[in-house]
Unconditional design. Structure first.
Length: 356
């Protein structure tokens, strides 16, 4: 395991080197934050031991820059601090995994490093598992769907109506499984910070109109009215494709859980003219007249793999992924509902994404 130690005090670096070389780790040492970031870019370590108080660039800033770099794998960060509780909170908030206080005890340092590297091994194993799972399942499913399409086209002879019905069922089930696998991979990428977003300014009404137009035939097939009311002049900054995923998921859910009535999509700016540019926000509501969500289900509806009690509920990934996307856009996603009286999902997004 490769460990990078960063401290402006040579004596502290020597202590860390002696303590961890005894454990058989490969140690590299630098005495400032800028050199640490260069080393990390060149050869990402498994773990960074990082002194909090350094001149020019402190440990908090180094941690923040590591976490904001989308090209890096997940690197464990152990902060070394002489401060009390508030500094620990700040360190964890900017992305550190653990901390140790000065004066450092060799046995405690060795134990914390062992613990963190076990965590790193677990993360790596999960990553390998997810990629193997999605690849090994996705490939045969895609191949199976292609073969089913060939059969439906009559390549192996004419199919009877009963055969057609059976083929459609298999294709539908395969598509549902592929969608679940794709969602699983997306959730994983957000969880480990490997999702790279492209933030651009775009017209929100145009995006919502696209999604509504795409889903209107589905609503009409269920005798539902899909209404829309947009603020046409509103531009926002965000990843258009990821936000499209959110709106598609929420609107299609509204259609799925509504037997009669309507699904309505509304957008508006909720800031006043006096609101500073960096604090301006927009709101999007997706309201349906469907079956509603129980209070108990509302408490856990955004949790990963938490399925609702309704028989139409999915695999517990879609809404979790929606909230991850909205959180990444520095927004909020909330739900209000009553059984038998419909559901309203409310998204609040900043017009401009704050650059940290």
């Amino acid at each position: 395991m490769y460990i990078l130690a960063v401290d402006d005090a040579p004596d502290n670096l020597l202590l860390v080197q002696l303590a961890l070389e005894q454990e058989g780790y490969d140690i590299e040492m630098v005495d400032n934050g800028q050199d640490a970031l260069k080393k990390i870019d060149e050869t990402p370590p498994n773990l960074v031991l990082l002194d909090v108080m350094m001149p020019e660039m402190d440990g908090y800033e180094v941690t923040r820059r590591i976490r904001k770099n989308p090209n890096l794998p997940y690197i464990l960060i152990l902060l070394i601090t002489a401060h009390e509780h508030p500094s620990v909170v700040k360190g964890l908030d900017v992305g550190a995994d653990e901390f140790i206080r000065k004066p450092v005890k060799v046995s405690e340092l060795q134990a914390r490093v062992r613990s963190l590297l076990r965590l790193k091994k677990s993360i790596d194993q999960r990553e390998n598992f997810v990629h193997c799972l999605t690849h090994d399942l996705r490939t045969p499913l895609v191949a199976a769907n292609r073969m089913l399409q060939v059969i439906q086209q009559g390549a192996f002879g004419e199919t009877t109506p009963k055969m057609e019905e059976a083929l459609l069922t298999v294709v539908s089930n395969n598509d549902n499984l592929l969608k679940m696998l794709n969602n699983l991979l997306e959730v994983y990428c957000y969880d480990v910070g490997q999702k790279i977003l492209s933030f651009r300014e775009f017209n929100l009404a145009e995006l919502l109109e696209e999604v509504v137009s795409e889903l209107k035939p589905l609503a009409e097939s269920q005798n539902l009215e899909l209404r829309s009311q947009f603020d046409s002049d509103l531009n926002v900054t965000g990843d258009r494709m990821e936000l499209r995923r959110v709106f598609s998921n929420l609107i299609s859910n509204g259609i799925k859980f509504t037997d009669e009535g309507h699904v309505e999509v509304r957008s508006q700016e909720i800031s006043s003219p006096e609101t500073p540019v960096e604090e301006q926000k927009i709101q999007v509501e997706i309201e349906d007249t469907g079956v509603g969500i129980s209070e108990e289900d509302q408490k856990r509806i955004f949790q990963e793999f938490r399925q609702g009690t309704n028989k139409r509920s999915g695999h517990g990934l879609g809404l979790h992924l929606c909230r991850q996307i909205i959180n990444t856009h520095q927004g909020q996603l909330e739900v209000k509902s009553q059984l038998g009286q419909g559901t309203t999902f409310t998204l609040t997004l900043p017009v401009h994404i704050a650059q940290n």
